[in-house]
Ligand binder design. Structure first.
Ligand code: ADP
Length: 361
């Protein structure tokens, strides 16, 4: 359906896309992941010609869309785009937002457009919001309207540019649910996203972009479980693991909690699990504080998408031994709490370091 060859985009001297080559077949769901600033959004914007590429070719069904003779408005219509920031018309009701394109650009009658709009609102679960204005909706509702509006133009492919990153965490899942439904219905989509669990569930293929190229592409199992190339592996490890070095009793625990919660939101891990993890960290650090001065503990939280569990690893220096079995504690309340809340607790000594691991499910 789409064939991209040697696509290049420069802004002045800055090369943002240096050589993009890819094909997207009908019905595919492509997730585009990678560090920020590597050109993911630029690629989407070049695809629907919101940006003029500096070089290369993009063909849709064999038709070169960069040719002078290309019918740009028609090509854009075939490709819907959903933005991070919704881009709804604030002065129009939801129904108005959904009917303006079809009546003005697709030549539909008002009645026809409204019937279709109602069906789309039903699909995104917002039947009762037809007469509301965008201002009266939550972020998640606005984004669902934006998706419905995009569908009202009957696109053949939808490009999503980080559709959930402007949303309150509690609203991410309602938007992802709608996109998942579109995937089930066979819609062709390309999605720039930071939601790794979602990307894994929904995609037929994943493009890992790095420094202006598609550095590795493959089925989600390959990219997430067995990346073939070094930078992909580094990236996947980075997004899966959260790490902190604790070297003082004045460690900022609340900042760490904030990072745990953010990490859990990103991976769609329930809040309850995040709170249990915070409790474990707090109790564990309290134990280490009693046992060592200065503190020297590396905490790592690792997420496994396979069984959706969170692992906590505490790697500590010196002769502490297993902190959960030491006799040097004033009381064992913290230890009992950890034994109670964590699963698969394991201790091992690696050289001069003590490694304690546990899981929260
Ligand atoms: P990503 O989506 O991977 O985070 P972007 O495609 O948004 O990356 O941006 C890639 C790079 O291109 C960034 O370094 C950004 O600063 C630069 N860039 C994007 N748009 C413009 C622009 N209009 N003018 C100049 N530089 C831009």
């Amino acid at each position: 359906m789409i064939k991209i060859e040697h696509l290049v985009k420069q802004y002045g001297a800055t090369m943002v896309l240096s050589d993009i080559n890819a094909t997207i077949a009908k019905g595919e769901v492509i997730s585009i992941i990678g560090p920020s600033g590597t050109g993911k959004s630029t690629l989407l914007r070049c695809l629907n010609l919101l940006e003029q590429p500096s070089g290369g070719h993009i063909a849709i069904d064999g038709q070169d869309i960069l040719a002078r003779s290309a019918n740009v408005p028609l090509l854009r219509r075939r490709m819907g785009m959903v933005f991070q920031s919704f881009n709804l018309f604030a002065h129009l009701t939801v129904l108005g937002n959904l009917t303006i394109g079809p009546t003005r650009l697709l030549g539909k009658s008002k009645k026809e457009a409204e019937t279709k709009a109602q069906a789309l609102l039903k699909m995104v679960g917002l039947t009762d919001k037809a007469e509301s204005f965008p201002d009266e909706l939550s972020g998640g509702q606005k984004q669902r309207v934006a998706i419905a509006r995009c569908l009202s133009m009957e696109p053949e492919i939808i490009l999503f540019d980080e559709p959930t990153s402007a949303l309150d965490p509690t609203m991410v899942s309602e938007v992802l649910a709608v996109i998942r439904q579109l995937a089930r219905d066979g819609m062709t989509m390309a999605i720039v996203t930071h939601e790794m669990s979602f990307a894994r569930q929904v995609s037929t293929r994943v493009f890992y972009m790095d420094q202006g190229i598609i550095y590795e592409e493959g089925p989600p199992e390959q990219i997430f479980d067995a990346p073939q190339k070094e930078r992909t592996r580094d990236f996947i490890n980075r997004v899966r693991n959260l790490q902190v070095k604790v070297t003082s009793g004045d460690f900022d625990l609340y900042e760490w909690f904030g990072r745990i919660e953010h990490f859990c939101e990103k991976h769609l891990i329930p809040q309850k699990t995040a709170f249990t993890m915070e409790l474990l960290c707090e109790e564990l650090l309290e134990i280490y504080r009693t046992l060592m001065d200065p503190m020297d503990v590396d905490l790592t939280m690792a997420y496994s998408e396979m069984d959706q569990s969170l692992e906590l690893r505490a790697d500590s220096a010196g002769p502490v031994g297993n902190p959960l079995e030491t006799a040097n504690l004033p009381d064992r309340l913290g230890v009992n709490l950890i034994l109670n809340k964590a699963k698969d607790i394991q201790y091992s000594q690696v050289g001069t370091r003590n490694l304690l691991t546990m899981r929260v499910v």
